[in-house]
Design a protein around this ligand. Structure first.
Ligand SMILES: [Zn+2]
Length: 48
């Protein structure tokens, strides 16, 4: 089972992972962006 990020604002599951920060060797600092409302955060809730 793969966990799915969900947007805290609009509940969309259409989330893009922004890996730009991982180029610095810090994979835990990856960001996520909602493709529906444009919300960006490092912390997105997950649903199972
Ligand atoms: Zn959203």
């Amino acid at each position: 089972m793969v966990s799915q990020k969900i947007c805290p604002k609009c509940r969309s599951k259409d989330i893009t992972t922004d890996w730009s920060d991982t180029m610095l060797g810090k994979p835990t600092l990856s960001k996520y962006k909602c493709n529906k409302c444009g919300y960006e955060s490092r912390i997105f809730p997950e649903v199972g």
